[in-house]
Design a protein around this ligand. Structure first.
Ligand SMILES: Nc1ncnc2c1ncn2[C@@H]1O[C@H](COP(=O)(O)OP(=O)(O)OP(=O)(O)O)[C@@H](O)[C@H]1O
Ligand SMILES: [Mg+2]
Length: 357
């Protein structure tokens, strides 16, 4: 009979990790999505120590004490601050783990298609330091496609556009492979930046990230609204006097700011679709484009895209979770996982002994 201790050693968590610019989402085989938190750390400026991660760090954001600053260690979809990404990932992984320290980990993660060797290595090292025994890496576009319901055995091509916070990844997928892709270090957060700049420069109001996000998700859209005079009050800090202040802005004022960003993304999609071989183009002509990522939740973006590219456009179910769902599905099919993982660097130390304590 096996002893308890050796039984414990047989337990492995298979994790899917979408480490994004804005949020980290983790799903565990058999348990589904177990973690969805902002990719943020709160740092004590005096000691450089991290005092909070994720949701807790986000709660401090904008209202942090004098010595605390809240930072995003991932930039444009890649590791911007290695030390802090590593610590943040380790924290999330620990939190998402099923239980006890004896549970070992294997994980599949995604990365944008134009990732450099240096960036890839940083991500792998961060995962290794987070105590993940074995790491598989796959292209984000492929994960997004599988998560949006594209079958790995489908011979015909599908187009998936993932609009994240800091990246837009366009992938054409057929037979479980990426046949063409482009990626931009430009995403939905560009809208936040533009809105904040507009408020500061034209309305003399400095606003926090939380306020901007609220403005974007509740008030901004990609179509010229019927009532362009509709107003919303935005609060913040007066640029000149420094005093607490508020301004009223109209949908008519917000619309062109949002439209300019969405147009740039749509243009990139349109351009990418001109680079396809005829058979692939024919498939996409029939099927159109699937949108994933949080950027797909912007009011009316599917309609905007549809009229811009003149093709059908659909939004995946739970678009923010498409990638993590696609990653998780890899554990159902080991051969496929083996085939799609792109890491000559990927099998890191400890990979042969995944049952570390
Ligand atoms: N309801 C909504 N309306 C408009 N935008 C939204 C909504 N919900 C989320 N977003 C935007 O989606 C973006 C986050 O998307 P997502 O979680 O896919 O990003 P990410 O994976 O962290 O980033 P990246 O893929 O670029 O690394 C943010 O810019 C956020 O403002
Ligand atoms: Mg993403």
């Amino acid at each position: 009979m096996l002893k308890i201790s050796s039984l414990k050693k047989l337990v492995t968590d298979s994790m899917a990790i979408d480490l994004g610019t804005a949020s980290t989402i983790i799903a565990v085989k058999g348990r589904g999505i177990v973690l969805d938190e902002p990719s943020l750390v709160a740092v004590n400026e005096m000691t450089e120590e991290i005092v909070a991660f994720g949701v807790e760090a986000a709660e401090m954001s904008g209202r942090e004490g004098r010595d605390i600053s809240v930072r995003a260690p991932m930039i444009g979809g890649v590791v911007g601050d290695f030390e802090r990404t590593k610590r943040m990932l380790a924290y999330f992984v620990r939190k998402a783990k099923t239980g006890g320290s004896n549970i070992s980990l294997q994980a599949v993660m995604s990365m944008v298609s134009d990732v450099t060797h240096v960036e890839q290595r940083a991500l792998l090292n961060a995962a290794d330091d987070a105590g993940i025994g074995k790491v598989f890496m796959m292209e984000e576009g492929l994960a997004a496609a599988f998560g949006a319901g594209v079958s790995p055995s489908d011979k015909r091509a599908s187009a998936i556009v993932d609009i994240g916070a800091g990246t837009t990844n366009i992938a054409i997928v057929a037979k479980g492979s990426v046949v063409h892709s482009t990626s931009d270090r430009y995403g939905s957060n560009a809208i936040n930046e533009s809105l904040a700049t507009h408020l500061r420069r034209h309305r003399g109001l400095q606003v926090g990230e939380e306020t901007i996000e609220m403005l974007k998700t509740r008030f901004a859209g990609t179509f010229l609204p019927d009532d362009i005079a509709k107003t919303i009050e935005v609060r913040g800090r007066d640029v000149e006097t420094g005093s607490p202040a508020a301004v009223e802005i109209t949908t008519g004022e917000v619309y062109p700011i949002v439209e300019a960003i969405v147009r740039r993304i749509a243009l990139r999609v349109k351009d990418t679709l001109t680079e396809l071989r005829p058979e692939v183009a024919a498939d996409i002509y029939d099927r159109g484009v699937i949108l994933t990522g949080g950027g797909a939740l912007l009011e009316g973006i599917d309609q905007y895209m549809r009229s811009f590219i003149n093709l059908p456009v659909a939004i995946a179910d739970e678009p923010r979770y498409a990638i993590v769902k696609g990653l998780l599905s890899m554990f159902e099919d080991e051969k496929l996982l083996e085939r799609v993982s792109i890491n000559e660097l990927g099998v890191l130390k400890g990979a042969d002994a995944p049952f570390e304590a």
